[in-house]
Design a protein around this ligand. Structure first.
Ligand SMILES: Nc1ncnc2c1ncn2[C@@H]1O[C@H](COP(=O)(O)OP(=O)(O)OP(=O)(O)O)[C@@H](O)[C@H]1O
Ligand SMILES: [Mg+2]
Length: 352
């Protein structure tokens, strides 16, 4: 991807913050000695701009997400399939990384969806069968750490963004899940053995969960500061939501966790009256609900298929601005200290 200055202003566009004006941004970049727009080395075009790896450095100065003052862990989980958990994980992680926030995505779903969404193994499709198999076999995962076959650092893979890494899912997660059952302090393995040793290297951990309650989920929740649960704007989700909310509250209480639970309405179909009514109900009745719904959109679906956040894929589109606005609200929990400063002095927020 290549972004002209005009496009950069749209990548960091939200509903609640005033958008950068391209000429003001140009001046800000030169005054602060930030990376100057350069030619696109991947094409013959004479236009100037930035790669998404460049945006990591720009985003830190001009974006809307602040680095938390200590490493934070966010889990994406709800007991319902296909409600955009993985797509949200991808968007949270890529947008955080595009703000210079050092982010590690941890895949805990056996389906391996977040590893695919991030684009891990993407190039394997073009490789010969045997070398592809060999590479897959070499991938180390959390189960290898659990069974003492490797170190945590051996499981981490790089992505196209310098601030975004991944611990990919491997099929042995099944064995890890089973192994955890028989372990003392089993809910704390992920927190103590994986997250704690990596705290100095990352500002944010984002954990993508499966929709099924198991030992990997209890580990994710026990390691987390924030649990983000998508709420599908569909009638069959209503009963599931009531059950889920009660179950999570009980778990938080039993485990004595310092975990904030946040909900986000997803899969809103604007043209359907019932879907809109359900969305409104969530926004009015559910405490701790992000006040922005993620609608069903082709742009959102295509972005995930292209391994990009919506804002990178189609900057300035309705879907992108909506996603950014949702992230802005999630960040009030991820980095509350930054939100407070911004609220106290609106001028600082507009200038930041
Ligand atoms: N805004 C969107 N509108 C419609 N579809 C979308 C949108 N964003 C992503 N999708 C698509 O919806 C499908 C389901 O999303 P996703 O995989 O994120 O759900 P999930 O909750 O993680 O599912 P699972 O429970 O299987 O893990 C995916 O094919 C994804 O590409
Ligand atoms: Mg998923």
């Amino acid at each position: 991807m290549f972004y002209t200055l005009n496009k950069v202003t749209k990548v960091y566009q939200t509903e609640s913050k005033e958008k950068w004006n391209p000429s003001e941004l140009k001046e800000f970049i030169s005054q602060n000695n930030l990376i100057a727009p350069h030619l696109d080395s991947s094409s013959q075009s004479s236009r100037r701009g930035y790669t998404n790896a460049d945006l990591v450095y720009l985003g830190e100065q001009i974006g809307f997400l602040a680095k938390p003052n200590r490493p934070k862990v966010l889990s994406m989980f709800v007991t319902k399939g296909g409600v955009l958990k993985t797509s949200l994980t991808l968007n949270v992680a890529r947008m955080a990384a595009l703000h210079g926030i050092r982010t590690l995505v941890v895949g805990l779903d056996l389906q391996g969806d977040i590893s695919n969404a991030i684009g891990y193994n993407q190039e394997l499709d073009d490789e010969a069968f045997e070398s592809a198999i060999e590479r897959i076999d070499q991938t180390k995962g959390l189960a290898d750490v659990f069974f003492k076959r490797c170190q945590v650092s051996d499981t981490i893979v790089k992505t196209d963004l310098p601030t975004l890494d991944l611990i990919p899912e491997t099929p042995e997660l099944v064995a890890l899940e089973q192994g955890l059952i028989h372990r003392a302090r089993r809910e704390l393995w992920l927190k103590e053995q994986i997250i704690a040793p990596l705290q100095s290297q990352y500002d944010l951990f984002v954990i993508d969960c499966s929709p099924n309650w198991n030992q990997l989920i209890t580990n994710a929740l026990s390691a987390s500061d924030i649990l983000l649960s998508p709420l599908e704007c569909k009638i069959n989700n209503y009963r599931n939501f009531q059950m889920f909310r009660a179950f999570v509250s009980e778990f938080i209480e039993e485990m004595n966790l310092d975990l904030q639970h946040l909900y986000i309405p997803t899969r809103w179909t604007q043209s359907r009256k019932l879907s809109t009514e359900i969305k409104e109900w969530y926004l009015e009745q559910v405490e701790d609900c992000v006040p922005v719904a993620i609608r069903d959109s082709v742009v959102g679906e295509e972005a995930t298929a292209m391994h990009l956040s919506v804002s990178e894929y189609d900057p300035g589109s309705t879907a992108a601005i909506e996603m950014n606005e949702a992230l802005h609200w999630v960040w009030k929990r991820v980095a509350p200290e930054a939100s407070k400063t911004a609220e106290q002095s609106p001028q600082t927020e507009a200038e930041a």
